[in-house]
Write a protein that binds this ligand. Structure first.
Ligand code: ADP
Length: 819
């Protein structure tokens, strides 16, 4: 490419004469200038040479600057013909200097720009400069190039405008970048308008809104006028804090703070009230906008409606609270593990109570430091529950645990029996989150189950003992019967045998009586016949009953009673039965030759009777149990003793029916026992009349006519004998029909009649007798082996006055005359 030639730049449009006269002012070709120097003045010549050198240097410097410029530097004459063309021009437009110098500048103009050139030349001719005129030119290869043109007139030495110098800068890149930026801005605007979130920007200093998208307007419920200084930077809606609904003043709204202080806000919740009064909760994110110097020029706010999430969150909170309340109220212990490792476990109120830990305290099943396992041991069927195998731990790993029996043994020695069920807790994707366990305290249930089992076991033992106890007296009776037959001629043997049989029979009767008493008491069918009675009378009856046993064992028997008589409101026979029971036991459970004491005192309206012995004693563990039904201590010393384990139960029931208490003490095995009975005294002294029971008005003074009816001859015989011995007149019959006939003739006061008989039953006979005029006032007494309530009701319905259950004792019959 030819270098820039300043000579040529002066040539076009410059007149030749003018060129000749400008020798001193312009940097020009040296040849022309040399002719203008006059040699006669050497000093002047020298000065001329120096000036020329300097001019030459300026010219070279200018040429170098022009050649090294990136911009196109071109000169043209006033006709638009190109006169010079630098390297920059060559690079930008693709033409070499050779190609374009001498040609019209219009070579560079695209068609639609043709008009520009004459206008530029016109301004140049007027001596004006064109500054940074942005236009488009065409390169040699046809490319359109954005250029910024600065065109200045070239003025010659005589001040004439001879052409124009033109600096063209390629601004295609810049224009492209600007275009891109514009495009990007438009794209961002479009994007923002499509966004489902509100976006807007505000400007410093007055916070006017410079931009907002459609969603922002929708959320505000209004469209503010952009740029309006009266608009508030919060979209001119009222704002409230989401936690307490207190109003946020405009100058404290997040956008105002961001503009003022250049602060960013992330996920800030605020409640907006829109012009129609509706409220929505929005989440706000704000960043300040800064210029190159870091000064805040505005802020951008991106916000979206979270009302639905908020409502769902509130509903969830409410649900959680309800659940929490429910858990607190549940009487069942519930533990929730909030992680699969059971590191964070929370109990409900019942759970905390069950585990004996403070309410509301979280604990861990894995970490010792926050554990609860330190103060109790969990066992399963007697073996410790190993780490990781507790129901909650297994459920937290995905297992469903159903009704597992776990015992919790606490440090204080107490044990809780529990029924434990556990379920895993998973999130929506099925991922394990923890577990929940329900622990039901079944200690009471378990204890009563054990107690029931115990009672059942004792009942079985009782039945075995009962069989044994019944056989004991029956054996001598059966043997006695045979002896009676064999020894009819031996009165002494007969008498001895009869005596032995009578004693065994008494024993049987006592046994059966005790059983019946206990049964009546448990069924609530037992009544005391209370009256005012002297304590001494009671003790006397008891001693009479027990003395044979005490004496037989050779015990020393000491009785100490209060000096003054003491009165009780009691059933004397039953009160005596209590004491006799204790005395008999003392005799029974004290090795021969022991000592038995009975002491009584009277204090604070309480009569205290103490029966103490020096016998085999009672082990401490049994003291609480011996009053239980069928309770017997299994020990060798007791084997062979009579008893069913109901004597003390009966004694205790009788004491309690008298509103008293009974207690036992024993220093231990072999160290004797002491039973203390306390009964309320009647508060009166013996000087007050003691009630005496009306003595039986037996047949000797007031004989009755009695009809005995039974299909068993033996029964007829024994009853008849008993009745006659009591002084009555007796007739008999063996079935219902016969009974009616005999009664019609004999007109008895009392009929003792069996029920199940051939020919006519007792029921039928009773009904018929009642129909007779003479039978209406007769006392009809049913005698039967059936003692159930329904049987009694049937006999009453048939017209009987009373119902006696066999075996009937003389005392029962005696009572008939008094009732
Ligand atoms: P039993 O018919 O077996 O005597 P009790 O109810 O009267 O029934 O007594 C229950 C148990 O209490 C007895 O089996 C015996 O082991 C114990 N017992 C009762 N009295 C005494 C006593 N005085 N000394 C030692 N043990 C006694």
């Amino acid at each position: 490419m030819p270098p820039y030639d300043p000579e040529s730049s002066a040539r076009p449009g410059t007149e030749p004469d003018e060129q000749a006269h400008s020798s001193t002012s312009e940097v020009r070709d040296g040849a022309g200038a040399e002719h203008a120097v006059q040699p006669e003045n050497a000093a002047a010549l020298e000065a001329e040479i120096a000036r020329k050198d300097a001019a030459e240097l300026d010219r070279a410097l200018l040429a170098a600057i022009i050649e090294s410029s990136d911009d196109a530097i071109v000169s043209k004459d006033l006709e638009g013909t190109i006169t010079s063309w630098n390297r920059g021009a060559e690079r930008i437009f693709g033409y070499s200097a050779k190609e374009v110098v001498g040609k019209s500048i219009t070579i560079l103009l695209p068609e639609e720009r043709w008009e520009e050139e004459p206008a530029i030349l016109q301004r140049i001719r007027r001596g004006e400069r064109v500054d940074h005129f942005e236009t488009v030119r065409r390169a040699k290869d046809g490319r359109r190039i954005n250029v910024s043109l600065t065109v200045s007139p070239i003025v010659n030495a005589s001040g004439r405008i001879v052409g124009a110098s033109k600096i063209a800068r390629d601004v295609t890149q810049r224009r492209r970048a600007e275009e891109k930026a514009r495009q990007a801005e438009a794209d961002y605007g479009r994007l923002a308008s499509l966004l489902p979130v509100g976006v807007y920007t505000c400007e410093v200093p007055d916070g006017r809104i410079s931009y907002f998208n459609a969603k922002a307007a929708e959320l505000w419920g209004r469209s503010p006028a952009p740029g309006d200084p009266d608009e508030r930077c919060c979209g001119s809606v009222r704002l409230f804090r989401s936690d307490d609904m207190s109003e946020v003043p405009h100058e404290r709204c997040p956008m105002a703070v961001a503009l003022r202080e250049g602060r960013s806000f992330r996920n800030e919740e605020v409640v907006m009230q829109r012009p129609d009064g509706s409220l929505i909760t929005v989440m706000v994110n704000i960043d300040p906008i800064r210029d190159e110097d870091g000064r805040v020029t505005g802020a951008i706010n991106v916000f979206h409606d979270i009302s639905a999430e908020k409502e769902a969150e509130l509903a969830l909170h409410a649900q959680k609270r309800h659940l929490q309340t429910l858990l607190g109220l549940l009487p069942v212990a519930v533990l929730i593990a909030h992680d699969p490792e059971c590191r964070h476990v929370t109990p409900n109120r019942a759970g905390a109570r069950l585990l004996r830990i403070p309410e509301g305290v979280e604990f861990s099943l894995t970490e010792e430091s926050r554990g609860v396992r330190s103060h109790f041991r969990a066992t399963r069927y007697g073996s410790p529950v190993a780490r990781g195998t507790a129901p909650l731990e297994r459920a937290a790993k995905g297992e469903v645990v159903q009704a597992e029996e776990i015992d919790l043994e606490f440090d204080d020695g107490t044990t809780l029996h529990t029924l434990t069920s556990a379920q895993p807790l998973r999130d929506v994707s099925g991922e394990l989150q923890g577990a929940v366990v329900c622990v039901l305290d079944i200690t009471e249930l378990k204890n009563s189950e054990n107690a029931l089992r115990d009672t059942d076991r004792r009942k079985d033992e009782f039945l075995a003992t009962l069989a044994h106890e019944l056989r004991n007296p029956l054996a001598p009776i059966v043997a006695g019967l045979e002896i009676l037959e064999m020894a009819v001629d031996d009165p002494e043997t007969l008498e001895r045998t009869r005596g032995a049989m009578a004693r065994q029979a008494d024993q049987l009767v006592t046994l059966v009586d005790d059983l019946l008493d206990v049964s009546r008491i448990t069924r609530g069918k037992f009544e005391l016949r209370k009256r005012k009675v002297d304590l001494e009378e009671i003790i006397q009856i008891a001693m009479d009953a027990s003395r044979p046993a005490i004496e037989k064992a050779g015990h020393e028997f000491v009785v100490e009673l209060p000096d003054a008589p003491v009165l009780l409101e009691a059933d004397p026979h039953r009160a005596a039965q209590i004491l006799a029971n204790l005395l008999n036991n003392a005799a029974k459970y004290t090795p021969p030759g022991g000592r038995i004491t009975l002491t009584a005192d009277h204090r604070d309206e309480q009569v205290r009777i103490v029966v103490a012995d020096t016998g085999i004693g009672i082990p401490p563990g049994m003291l609480g149990e011996i009053f239980d039904m069928f309770a017997q201590i299994d020990r060798p010393q007791e084997r062979g003793h009579m008893g069913l384990g109901i004597g003390l139960t009966l004694a205790k029931s009788l004491v309690e029916m008298h509103r008293g208490t009974i207690q036992v003490e024993s220093a231990g095995v072999g160290r004797g026992s002491t039973f203390t009975v306390c009964l309320p005294s009647s508060g009166a002294t013996a000087s007050i009349e003691v009630d005496h029971p009306s003595l039986s008005t037996n047949g000797a003074t007031n004989p009755r006519r009695i009809l005995v009816v039974d299909d068993s001859d033996a029964m007829v015989d024994t009853l008849s004998i008993m009745m006659r011995l009591l002084g009555n007149e007796v007739r008999s019959a063996t079935n219902g029909r016969e009974a009616i006939d005999v009664a019609a003739e004999f007109r008895p006061d009392i009929v003792l009649m069996d029920l199940g008989m051939p020919v006519m039953t007792g029921y039928e006979a009773a009904r018929r007798i009642r129909e007779q005029p003479w039978g209406a006032d007769m006392k009809l007494i049913a005698l039967t082996g059936w003692g159930q309530d329904e049987h009694k009701q049937r006999t009453l319905d048939a017209g009987f006055d009373k119902h006696l259950v066999k075996p009937v004792l003389p005392s029962d019959l005696e009572r008939l005359f008094t009732d």
